[in-house]
Design a protein around this ligand. Sequence first.
Ligand SMILES: Nc1ncnc2c1ncn2[C@@H]1O[C@H](COP(=O)(O)OP(=O)(O)OP(=O)(O)O)[C@@H](O)[C@H]1O
Length: 307
Amino acid sequence: MPIIEVRNLSKTYAGGTTALSDVSLDIHESEILALLGPNGAGKTTFISIVCGLVTPSGGEVRVGGHDIVRDYRAARSLIGLVPQEISIEMFETVMNTVRFSRGLYGRKPDDAYLEKLLRDLSLYDKRDARLMELSGGMKRRVLIAKALSHQPRVLFLDEPTAGVDVNLRRDTWAVVRRLRDQGVTVILTTHYLEEAEEMADRIGIIDKGRLMLVRDKRDLMHEFGRKRLVVELVEPLITLPADLRELGLVLSEDGQHLSYEYDTRADRSGIARLFATLARHGIAVRDLETRESSLEDVFLRLLGEAA
Ligand SMILES: Nc1ncnc2c1ncn2[C@@H]1O[C@H](COP(=O)(O)OP(=O)(O)OP(=O)(O)O)[C@@H](O)[C@H]1O
């Protein structure tokens, strides 16, 4: 059974904005799902509904089999949420904040678990510091600790590394991966496509309230990705022979490089033909380089196609 089942979910806010329309999705235990989409696409609305902070206008959501409206407490107890905005009690210490969060869910005190959690998040040294004394990145990690204080099975991270430096971002990724390996399901939103590419098992793209696609990341990159082959020549070419141009090759300004773009899905016969044609013209090759498109290229291409 999926840990989260979303059926025909929609949301129209009081002002009339439709933030979600007819979203259906299953989220599986211990996967990392990244939700991508432009500003205002509906990602935060989706998270807020599943976490019970916003009431849906239509459709159903079950978390661990519990309906999020009829059976709110049971559903919510399985969820940890790291919100986009930092709103914490600045005068409290790190350890007390996390203890308090755990208490809110009615869980028995367990300082051993909480101390381990702080260690995992590299916050243990700061456990007695007041939140106002922490850096922005540390405060973000306190939010993660709070969200995990009641040992939820699902963790929502709304832009977990916005404004966080590269090292800390990598630390956060490592923490999230470890959680996934411990069986926690993670749903995150991000505007850093590199983050989704690095971490996610599946990618969902939301645009204008619609879930445009949910796919295994590797399949997605494979299906929509493109490869680019750059051939460095021993001798520069002044003009490109017509048959090479017809194959889709492009000559660089300095005449030293030929480049060729192709679908990762397409069969490789194009490449073989290309080299045969180069050989026929007596064009000698010094070096080759291939580059695969990033998730960012794939994403922009998909949104472009949708528009
Ligand atoms: N409380 C609200 N009342 C009315 N409209 C809202 C409310 N919250 C969000 N919206 C609208 O719903 C739409 C979706 O917003 P949402 O915050 O879900 O997008 P998002 O994908 O999370 O965006 P971002 O990437 O900028 O965080 C937007 O048009 C937004 O203006």
